[in-house]
Write a protein that binds this ligand. Structure first.
Ligand SMILES: NC(=O)c1ccc[n+]([C@@H]2O[C@H](COP(=O)([O-])OP(=O)(O)OC[C@H]3O[C@@H](n4cnc5c(N)ncnc54)[C@H](O)[C@@H]3O)[C@@H](O)[C@H]2O)c1
Ligand SMILES: [Zn+2]
Ligand SMILES: [Zn+2]
Length: 345
């Protein structure tokens, strides 16, 4: 089968690889119909993710059709259409029983990281019954690809952890796919203000169309003043970090209002200063989270009910044969205006 294989920092190739086989009774083999590329795949290709060894097939998002199941799988059968969660969950360990699938003792984020992923014609999914979701009849498969990772990530790590509530004020730093997913799902709770901050004017214009009440290009270094001016000098109740660099986490510390929450989503590769000299008295909360994907079934219903339309995040489409071009387009997002690229296998 064809697969996109990581060969160490800066190197990847589209190759022929053996089709995956059932290895454990809980496994399923899924024939991929659609997958996509995540910002985290670019982190891997930069060499930022030590757990991902050369030779790994990348990808942790996608939808497909069950090809085969192990002897322990009764919830799915060959031919069933399924959504693949980026997080693998056994459903039985202490963390899974607490709904913290991201830390599953035999799962978590392993797909396209510690085991072969979805940017291929077929993928092996361990703990299939608790890591796959049945696709409802008539659902738009491309919309559901956005449910593998980005919508639950924006919602769980940003909106839920940020305690976004009716009438509250929210700033989302980073208007990439994850920040935009937080923007879409924050609107479930009718906050009064959602201020989107980025360096890229195109992405800020997208944010306006997606429901941002204000946009701020922070490249002039004056974002704090601008947010204070919009919030009566207080700052925001929820400052959601959706970039993953020190400057944006520091910006969130300057933006949060007394009693507010800094909800970090970004994957950070270096340390960040914590300004307790000003924050100690501000009654704030700082949260971090690896997405658990516990909200996937709920988000699936909101997509089915057309409460949100994640297909608006899709900007480009490619065939699996052309995945190197897809990476190039996604990797130069500022020039290509790419958000999510769909790859048809
Ligand atoms: N916590 C989790 O479970 C989880 C899951 C998935 C992704 N992530 C992380 O979320 C982050 C966002 O993902 P994405 O796919 O949207 O990434 P992305 O790179 O597409 O988007 C980041 C955005 O931040 C903007 N930006 C960069 N530097 C900035 C700065 N100094 N000030 C303001 N804006 C700036 C960029 O212009 C871009 O629009 C990444 O770090 C990703 O690895 C975390
Ligand atoms: Zn991802
Ligand atoms: Zn578990």
């Amino acid at each position: 089968m064809k697969a996109l294989v990581y060969h160490g920092p800066g190197n990847k190739a589209l190759e022929d690889r053996p089709k995956p086989q059932i290895q454990a009774p809980g496994d399923a083999i899924v024939r991929i119909t659609r997958t996509t590329i995540c910002g985290t795949d670019l982190h891997i290709l930069k060499g930022d993710v030590a757990t991902c060894a050369p030779g790994r097939i990348l990808g942790h998002e996608g939808v497909g059709v069950i090809e085969a199941v192990g002897g322990g799988v009764s919830a799915f059968k060959p031919g069933d259409r399924v959504l693949i969660s980026c997080i693998t969950a056994c459903g039985k360990c202490d963390y899974c029983r607490r709904g913290m699938y991201s830390h599953c003792e035999t799962g978590g984020w392993i797909l396209g990281n510690e085991i072969d992923g979805t940017q291929a014609e077929f993928v092996r999914i361990p703990h299939a019954e608790t890591s796959l979701y049945r696709i409802p009849e008539g659902a738009d498969e491309e919309a559901l690809v956005m449910l593998s990772d980005i919508l639950p990530t924006g919602f769980e790590c940003g909106v839920l952890n940020g305690k976004v509530s009716p009438g509250s004020s929210v700033a989302i730093v980073g208007s990439g796919p994850i920040g935009l997913a937080a923007l879409l799902t924050a609107q479930f709770y009718s906050p009064a203000e959602i201020i989107m901050i980025d360096l890229d004017d195109n992405r800020l214009q997208v944010a306006l169309r997606f429901g941002a009440t204000q946009i701020i290009n922070s490249s002039d270094g004056k974002a704090v003043e601008a947010v204070k001016a919009l919030t009566g000098g207080r700052g925001v109740d929820a400052a959601i970090e959706a970039v993953g660099v020190p400057a944006t986490f520091e910006l969130c510390q300057a933006l949060v209002a007394p009693g507010g929450v800094i909800a970090n989503i970004g994957v950070h590769g270096s340390k960040v200063d914590l300004h307790l000299e000003t924050l100690w008295s501000q009654n704030i909360t700082i949260t971090t989270r690896l997405v658990d994907t516990v909200t996937t079934p709920m988000l699936l219903k909101t997509v089915q009910a057309k409460k949100i339309d994640p297909t608006r995040l899709i900007t480009h489409r490619f065939k699996l044969d052309d995945i190197l071009n897809a990476y190039d387009t996604f990797g130069r997002a500022a020039a290509t205006q790419a958000l999510k690229v769909i790859i048809e296998a």
